[in-house]
Design a protein around this ligand. Sequence first.
Ligand SMILES: [Zn+2]
Length: 383
Amino acid sequence: MRRRRTSLRALFGFALLCLVFSGNSYGAPSPVEELTVLKGKILKEDSKGQSVLVLQRVLGALGYDPGPQDGVFGPRTLEAVKRFQKDSGIAVDGVVGPRTVESLERIWARKFPPETYTLQPGETLSLVCARFGVSLEEVVRANGIKDPDLVYAGQTLILKPSAREQPGQDGQGGPGGPERPMPEDSSEPPPASRTSFPIPDKKICLTFNDGPDPTTTPEILDILSEYGIPAVFFVIGKNAERYPELVREIHERGYAIGIHGYEHVPLAGLSRQQALSDLSKALQVVERITAARPALWRPPEGAVDDMTRDLTRELDLTLVMWTNICGGDLPASDADGVLRGVLNYARDGAIILLHEGNPHVLAALPRIIEELAKRGFGFQGLR
Ligand SMILES: [Zn+2]
């Protein structure tokens, strides 16, 4: 494992070079450049400009007629966006934001898979094949790969576009787009696909900091429930006070709640009285809502010192740090980045930190669960 990490790091520069000089050879219109323009933008009715033109081109190529491709987000473009959102199983609001762009990228990748693709650090063969809707077996065969686990970042793979007419081998459904609509009401594969996962021989724990958050908590809970896996929510006391119904829901659905401070400030370095007051307040808020006293705490910014360790013992709390030490999902600029960040730190017994309020976490979560399961991980909570 250590040797593989080193080689990944060594090859990272090579992978970047491959991207810069050759790119991935897409036969169809150039989706990477096209869709990159839409990242971080919010486009809605009456928006105008180059991004809208790109959106119209992409919608048109995917079979959703946006009307004249004129860079003006008019009623026909609005209708096309809504039809696309409906087919993709995401919220049908006619607004093109991160979730819609992510779905456009995913469906584009499946409709126009590149002929070749250069593996990025942290990516696996099964992940790449699922993304492009191509058969793992065919890619293994086409590239003469002996062991699918022994691929490396920077390796250029031939993806056989002809394979994309087959249904996804991993249960991810067929290619998207209007010819073969996505499963109704779901942009993600049905949970039935889990039956093809290996029997877990390793355990991993997913944890969510900084909630509850009305923009993510309900959906995170739905995704976790859909896959039937445990997770731990480290809530901020003042957020819990503000959204008690979300705290109640986390608790009633059987997920463990830990505290992440009341004010969400690092306690190390404060006076003992200040730190005690912050922790006690957070404990009281959660206990008042759930009638259960949290037993776990995660220090904001991971800041602990002798004083906070003493308090941990006095308050009968268990201190929970995390394995993906480089800030978890925070440095990632998209869902793929979040997924790669998690996979890079996936090992038996790992505690994975993710943040509420981060839309990329929400977008990546089903894939995080599926990819870990495919790699033989089962999910566990914490006591
Ligand atoms: Zn935090």
